[in-house]
Design a protein. Structure first.
Length: 99
C-alpha cells in the first residue's frame, strides 16, 4: 500500500500513467491494483497492490517495463507513505481465489 500526493496540475497525467501501469501489471500476471482518491484531499491517492505471488513480485522487481513506470512516478507525484508487507488480520471481502 502506498499514499501518493499528486503534483499540482498533474492529476490527469498521473491517472493515465497508473491506468497503463496497472494494466501492464495485470497482463503480465504480477498483481491486481486498486486506486482510491481521498474525497477531502483530492490530490491524495491511496494505492493498494495485491501481488499474485512472491515469485510474481520478484519478477516485477526485475522487469524493465515495470521500472520505466516506477521511474516516471516522481514526475507526477510524491509517495509519502509505503507499506511493503501488510499482514491480513480480518476481511469481510471474499477473495476472488475463494470463489
Amino acid at each position: 500500500m502506498a499514499v501518493l500526493e499528486c503534483h499540482p496540475d498533474k492529476q490527469e497525467e498521473l491517472l493515465s500513467m497508473l491506468r497503463e501501469f496497472y494494466t501492464l501489471m495485470q497482463q503480465k500476471g504480477y498483481s491486481r491494483d486498486l486506486l482510491y482518491n481521498d474525497a477531502k484531499e483530492t490530490s491524495r491517492f491511496v494505492h493498494l497492490r495485491i501481488w499474485n505471488s512472491d515469485e510474481a513480485r520478484s519478477l516485477a522487481q526485475q522487469d524493465p517495463d515495470v521500472h520505466r513506470y516506477w521511474m516516471q512516478l516522481p514526475e507526477v507525484c510524491t509517495i509519502t507513505t509505503i507499506y511493503e508487507d501488510l499482514v491480513p488480520v480480518f476481511s469481510s471481502y471474499k477473495l476472488i481465489s475463494e470463489i
